[in-house]
Design a protein around this ligand. Structure first.
Ligand SMILES: [Fe+2]
Ligand SMILES: [Fe+2]
Length: 133
């Protein structure tokens, strides 16, 4: 079974955003755990929906934090969020056509992509905020 371990190396130094990133880890872990306990698609879809909603909210909040930065940077970052959202949505909406194990594999891979996004792009944006203030 998958369990994601939060690592302080993922901290970017912006309390609201760091807190939301940790919440995303918790929600993804809830997806992994619930599928283990119940093996029921309905319960899985519910927690997956919660993860999706929270991801949307997080991206939105984050874009507000970055909005004082240069327009091109903001646009590129928004585009990365859009792609991540799209691939998460695809996992969720295609869930029923795969075995649960495959859905979980795909979510695990997506979380690795999210970690890359956090440690590269979110951190970069936060550094730009620090430089500009
Ligand atoms: Fe983020
Ligand atoms: Fe981001």
């Amino acid at each position: 079974m998958y369990t994601l371990q939060w690592d302080d190396a993922y901290v970017i130094g912006q309390p609201l955003i760091d807190q939301q990133h940790q919440m995303l880890f918790q929600l993804a872990n809830r997806v992994f755990h619930i599928s283990q306990e119940h093996n029921q698609r309905h319960a899985l879809q519910e927690v997956f929906a919660a993860l999706f909603d929270y991801t949307e909210r997080h991206f939105h909040d984050e874009e507000e934090v970055w909005q004082s930065l240069e327009a091109t940077l903001c646009r590129q970052h928004r585009e990365r969020h859009r792609q991540l959202k799209q691939s998460l949505e695809a996992i969720w909406s295609e869930d029923s056509i795969f075995a649960i194990a495959e859905t979980l594999n795909r979510l695990y891979d997506w979380m690795q992509e999210l970690v890359d996004h956090i440690t590269q792009f979110d951190r970069f944006m936060n550094q730009q905020i620090a430089v500009n203030s």
